[in-house]
Design a protein around this ligand. Structure first.
Ligand code: GDP
Length: 295
């Protein structure tokens, strides 16, 4: 993850740190390079511009330039700004409510939604929660069976499939049985879509009205870069998303989606998918990710 950005920034910072004194021109030159590195990492242009403007303003301050270690100070300013860009503090799942908490996952087809539902369910089970999953995807043949198979692998219960039921009825049934059987969390895997489409949006809204989710998490493929951010903006205009899960971070050398997501959508990235296996999911910690980028 972020290999090329890390290398580029590392080069800029080594040069800054290597010099005893810094002039405003040195800082501005370095920030131009930071901007190019961000754009090459596929960060959205306005986000890269704002980022660089903000750090330039802070870094050309006399206190920084006159300090004993100006290079270090500039690097620290960039680090702090990067943490903020990635979302600041880690965003936890809001599931500490009167059970059952409802977590609904939405996203485009192929984004990794069904796999992520099972990964997250498994993670919560490992944390001692009693979790049930239900697939509301009645559009794609075998989608419900796919979740059942993953449930078996993840050792998480799935709602029994009733042929012919519509998403709203399935959601209602999932909630009822979770209440009756004392589940802590119900995870709803909704139908995927090829693009942001009105009929499916309406369906998602109807399910949300019934299920009143504590979390509505959008699953997006980080490899699609700026498209992932556009998808998130579209979804977020139509459903009250509480967070984003970025999948395929394991293959994402650039990191543009992760870096632009918060600024463009205002939504926190809550988890990162880092592989195909069911344990390949990590809470998204902006500080750690920034640390990884800056080496
Ligand atoms: P859905 O159509 O959105 O439900 O997508 P699926 O859950 O069926 O996932 C599509 C493919 O992406 C599957 O082959 C998954 O194994 C794979 N996948 C999901 N998440 C990740 C991830 O974080 N990393 C990698 N490498 N593959 C993933």
């Amino acid at each position: 993850m972020f290999e090329s950005l890390g290398d580029r920034l590392g080069g800029v910072f080594d040069r800054l740190r290597g010099r005893g004194a810094l002039t405003e021109a040195d800082v501005r030159g370095a920030m131009r390079e930071v901007r190019i590195a961000l754009l090459e990492a596929d960060v959205a242009l306005p986000v890269a511009r704002d980022f660089v403007d903000k750090i330039t303003e802070a870094a050309v301050g006399q206190q920084v330039l006159r300090s004993v270690t100006p290079g270090q100070q500039v690097v620290k300013i960039v680090n702090d700004a990067l943490v903020e860009m990635l979302g600041g503090d880690s965003a936890e799942l809001e599931i500490g409510v009167t059970p059952p908490a409802v977590v609904m996952l939405v996203g485009l087809q192929g984004s990794g939604k069904t796999t992520t539902t099972a990964k997250l369910a498994r993670l919560l089970r490992k944390q001692g929660k009693k979790v049930m999953m239900a697939s509301l995807d009645v559009n794609r043949p075998a989608a419900q069976e796919q979740l059942t198979v993953l449930g078996t692998q993840a050792e998480v219960a799935t709602l029994p499939i009733v042929e012919g039921q519509q998403p709203v009825e399935i959601a209602r049934r999932a909630l009822q049985s979770a209440k009756l059987q004392g589940y802590d969390v119900v995870m709803l895997d909704t139908a995927g879509r090829l693009h942001v489409d009105q009929a499916l949006m309406a369906e998602m809204q109807a399910v949300a009205d019934i299920a009143r989710p504590n979390e509505i998490l959008l699953v997006v493929d980080s490899l699609t870069g700026q498209d992932a951010v556009n998808v998130a903006r579209n979804f977020s205009d139509q459903v009250p998303l509480t967070g984003v899960i970025l999948t395929r971070m394991d293959g994402d050398a650039r990191g543009g989606a992760a870096l632009s997501m918060r600024a463009v959508t205002g939504k926190p990235i809550k988890f990162a998918g880092v592989g195909e296996k069911l344990d390949a999911i990590e809470p998204f910690h902006p500080k750690r990710v920034a640390g990884r980028i800056l080496g």
